[in-house]
Design a protein around this ligand. Structure first.
Ligand SMILES: O=C(CO)[C@@H](O)[C@H](O)COP(=O)(O)O
Ligand SMILES: [Fe+2]
Length: 216
C-alpha cells in the first residue's frame, strides 16, 4: 500500500496548525526531530511534537535524528505517535529500543544514513514495522534524491518480502514527481516528501500526484 507522508520540515514553523490543515489526505505527518549533534541542524523536540499531536488528527510519523535514541525514543511513542523512527547509528541496543516503542503503542521503525550498509542490520528487521532508507544525508530538506540508494531500497524490499512483506520500506529525501517512480519501482512503499508537498501551490494536489505516480 502506497503511503505519502509530507514532512513539515518544509512547512511554515510559525503556523504549524494551519500548515497541518493543508494536508488532510496525507497518510501521516512526518516530523523531523534533529538535535544538532546527530545531524548539523536543530529543529524541535518533545513539547512541540506534543503540540503537533494535539493540533491534528493525522497519524504522526516521527523521525528522530538525535543521539541517544535509547533514552529519548520511548517518550515520542508515549505521546501518541503512530510510528517512531530511530537511526541505527544512534542506538546502542536497537532491539530494546524497538521493543520499548512497541510497548508504548507505536510502530517501531529504524533508519539508516546513505553510508550505512543494510546487510549487517538485517537481523533486526523482524523487530521492526518499518525500515527507512535515507535517500539524502539527513539534516536538511530540499536536497537531491540519491539514485545510488536504489539498490539498497531493492535489498530492503527483498528482506521485507522474505519476512512476509510485513515491514514497510520508507524513503526520505528528495522524493518528488521526478524521483518517486524510481523509488517505487525499487520497492519503496512509504514516501516522505517535504519540499515537493509544501513548496507546491496546492499541497493536496501534490500529494495526489505523488500517490498516482507511485502507483496507487
Ligand atoms: O529527514 C529529512 C531530512 O533529514 C527529511 O524528512 C526532509 O524533510 C525531506 O525533505 P525533502 O527532501 O522532501 O525536501
Ligand atoms: Fe525525515
Amino acid at each position: 500500500m502506497t503511503a505519502i507522508h509530507p514532512s513539515i520540515l518544509s512547512a511554515d514553523f510559525a503556523n504549524l496548525a494551519s500548515e497541518l490543515a493543508r494536508i488532510p489526505s496525507a497518510d501521516a505527518v512526518h516530523v523531523d526531530v534533529m538535535d544538532n549533534h546527530f545531524v548539523p541542524n536543530l529543529t524541535l523536540g518533545l513539547p512541540v511534537v506534543q503540540a503537533i499531536r494535539a493540533a491534528t488528527a493525522l497519524p504522526l510519523d516521527v523521525h528522530l535524528m538525535i543521539d541517544d535514541a535509547d533514552r529519548w525514543a520511548p517518550a515520542y511513542a508515549e505521546l501518541g505517535s503512530e510510528s517512531v523512527t530511530f537511526h541505527v547509528e544512534a542506538a546502542v541496543r536497537p532491539v530494546q529500543v524497538a521493543r520499548d516503542l512497541k510497548s508504548h503503542g507505536a510502530k517501531a521503525a529504524m533508519a539508516m544514513k546513505p553510508g550505512t550498509a543494510l546487510e549487517p542490520h538485517l537481523g533486526l528487521l523482524s523487530e521492526l514495522d518499518m525500515l527507512l532508507i535515507m535517500t539524502v544525508e539527513p539534516g536538511f530538506g530540499g536536497q537531491s534524491f540519491m539514485d545510488e540508494m536504489l539498490p539498497k531500497i531493492a535489498a530492503a524490499r527483498r528482506a521485507s518480502d522474505d519476512l512476509g512483506g510485513r515491514i514497510a520500506v520508507q524513503v526520505d529525501g528528495g522524493v518528488n514527481s521526478e524521483t518517486i517512480l524510481r523509488a517505487a519501482e525499487a520497492g519503496a512503499d512509504t514516501f516522505v516528501a517535504g519540499s515537493a508537498v509544501y513548496s507546491a501551490d496546492d499541497p493536496e494536489a501534490a500529494i495526489a500526484g505523488l500517490r498516482h505516480l507511485a502507483g496507487s
